[in-house]
Design a protein around this ligand. Structure first.
Ligand SMILES: Cc1cc2nc3c(=O)[nH]c(=O)nc-3n(C[C@H](O)[C@H](O)[C@H](O)COP(=O)(O)OP(=O)(O)OC[C@H]3O[C@@H](n4cnc5c(N)ncnc54)[C@H](O)[C@@H]3O)c2cc1C
Length: 378
C-alpha cells in the first residue's frame, strides 16, 4: 500500500484539521450525564458538517469516504483529542450491519437516527456463560403470533441504559447445530420486559450493564439477515468493531506516546536508561501498529468488507496501550495512585482493552488460523 497522501487527500486532511480547530468541544465534562450530553452535541455537530457516518455510502446519509479518508479522519480526531461521538456502537457496528444485511425498510427506519444521535444503540451479544464462545449463547427467542418473545440475560452491554435499540443475538432453533440456530434482532429497549442494571467498572464508571429480558417483544420485521443467519450477521458486526478499533486507536496511542514523553521530561526521568529503553520499545510498537492498521485497511479495500486481519491491530493496540499507561504510572510513582490523576484513569481503563471486542487469546487464535492459515487446535 502507498502511504503517501495524494494532493486531494492532503487537501481533505487540511480542511478537516481546520474544521476541528474551530469546532472541537474539548474533553468530556465530569459526570456521566454531562459527558453523555457533551458527546451527543458533538455528534450532532459532526452530522451537520457531514462527518457522522462519514464512511457510510452517500445514499444512506454518509459521505462514501474512501478508506484512506477514514484513516485520515481517525488520525485527525485523535490528534485534536476530540471526544468520541456518543452513538459509537450505532455508527461503527449497527449502521454498517443494517447497510450490509438489512432490507430497504430497515435502512429507511434505522439509519438516519443513528447518524443524528436521536436513537442510541447497544450490542447485546455476551451472556454470563457465553463471551468468547458466543455461539453457545442461551437467550431464547420464540415466535408467537407473528412476533418474537425473547427471554434471557445479556451482560457487559455498553450504553444499554442510554439505548433505544439493541443488536441482539438470540437462539431461535435449539435443535440446530449451535452456529446455525441463532438469529440477529434489533430489539426496542423501551419496554417493561427489558430491564437494565448498571455495572460499575474499575474506573468507577457505569459504562456497561446487565440486561434482563422476560418475554420481550420483537416484531418479525426487526430480524436482520433472515431467521437462522444470526451467526454470519454477528461476525459482520465484530469485524466492523475490530477494524474500527484498530485504525482509530493506532492514532490515539501515538498521541498518548507523545504525552508520555512529556511526562518523562516533566518528571526529570527522560534520561533514565530504563525509561528510555521502555519508551524506545513503545515507539517501535506504536509504529508497527500504525503499519498493521494500514495493512488491514488495504485488505478491506481489496475485499470490500473487513476481514480477520483486523484482529491483529486490535490485539497490538491493547498491549501497547496497557504497557504505555503502566510506564506512566511507574514514572508518577505514588502520585499515580491519586484517584483524580488522568493517567490513573487511563491505566485502569486500559485493563479492559485486552477483553473488550474479543480477548487477546481469541484474537491470537483468529490470526493464527484465519490470517496465517495455521492448523486449527480443535
Ligand atoms: C469494557 C467492556 C465493554 C464490553 N462491551 C460489550 C458490549 O457492549 N456488548 C457485548 O455483548 N459484550 C461486551 N463486552 C464483553 C466482551 O465481549 C467479553 O467480555 C469478551 O468477549 C470475553 O468474554 P468473557 O468475559 O465471557 O470471557 P471468557 O470467554 O469466559 O474468557 C475467559 C478467559 O478465557 C480465555 N479463553 C476463552 N476461550 C478461549 C480459547 N478458545 N482459547 C484461548 N483462550 C480462551 C479468554 O481469552 C479469557 O482470558 C465488553 C467487555 C468489556 C471489558
Amino acid at each position: 500500500m502507498d502511504l503517501t497522501l495524494s494532493p486531494s487527500e492532503r487537501e481533505f486532511r487540511d480542511r478537516l484539521r481546520a474544521w476541528l480547530a474551530g469546532n472541537n468541544p474539548g474533553p468530556d465534562p465530569p459526570g456521566d450525564d454531562a459527558a453523555f450530553e457533551h458527546r451527543r452535541d458533538w455528534q450532532r455537530k459532526l452530522f451537520d458538517a457531514g462527518y457522522a457516518g462519514f464512511a457510510w455510502p452517500k445514499e444512506y446519509g454518509g459521505q462514501g469516504a474512501t478508506l484512506v479518508e477514514q484513516a485520515i479522519f481517525g488520525e485527525e480526531m485523535a490528534r485534536a483529542k476530540a471526544p468520541q461521538p456518543v452513538n459509537i456502537l450505532g455508527l461503527v457496528m449497527g449502521g454498517p450491519v443494517v447497510i450490509h444485511h438489512g432490507t430497504e425498510e430497515q435502512k429507511e427506519r434505522w439509519l438516519r437516527p443513528i447518524l443524528t444521535a436521536d436513537e442510541i444503540w447497544c450490542q447485546g451479544f455476551s451472556e454470563p456463560e457465553s463471551g468468547s464462545d458466543l455461539a453457545s449463547l442461551k437467550t431464547r427467542a420464540i415466535k408467537s403470533n407473528g412476533e418474537w418473545l425473547v427471554t434471557g440475560q445479556k451482560v457487559w452491554t455498553t450504553y444499554a441504559r442510554r439505548s433505544k435499540w439493541c443488536m441482539l443475538v438470540a437462539r431461535t432453533d435449539p435443535d440446530a447445530p449451535k452456529h446455525q440456530g441463532l438469529t440477529y434482532f434489533i430489539m426496542d429497549m423501551e419496554q417493561d420486559a427489558v430491564q437494565v442494571r448498571p455495572l460499575a467498572q474499575i474506573t468507577g464508571e457505569p459504562e456497561f450493564n446487565e440486561l434482563f429480558m422476560e418475554e420481550a417483544r420483537i416484531p418479525d420485521e426487526n430480524v436482520v439477515g433472515g431467521v437462522g443467519n444470526g451467526w454470519g450477521v454477528a461476525i459482520t458486526t465484530l469485524m466492523n468493531e475490530r477494524a474500527g478499533l484498530g485504525a482509530a486507536s493506532a492514532a490515539g496511542v501515538r498521541i498518548a506516546l507523545g504525552e508520555l514523553r512529556e511526562l518523562a521530561d516533566e518528571r526529570g526521568v527522560a534520561d533514565d536508561p530504563v525509561v528510555r529503553q521502555r519508551i524506545g520499545q513503545l515507539t517501535i510498537e506504536v509504529e508497527l501498529l500504525r503499519l498493521n492498521a494500514w495493512r488491514g485497511l488495504s485488505a478491506i479495500m481489496k475485499r470490500g468488507v473487513p476481514g480477520p486481519e483486523g484482529s491483529l491491530p486490535k490485539w497490538q493496540w491493547s498491549e501497547v496501550n496497557q504497557a504505555l499507561t503502566e510506564l506512566a504510572i511507574d514514572i508518577l510513582g505514588e502520585d499515580g495512585a491519586a484517584w483524580d490523576s488522568p493517567w490513573a484513569y487511563r491505566f485502569l481503563r486500559a485493563r479492559a482493552n485486552s477483553i473488550e471486542g474479543g480477548t487477546t487469546e481469541i484474537l491470537k487464535n483468529i490470526v493464527a488460523e484465519r490470517v496465517l492459515g495455521l492448523p486449527k487446535l480443535r
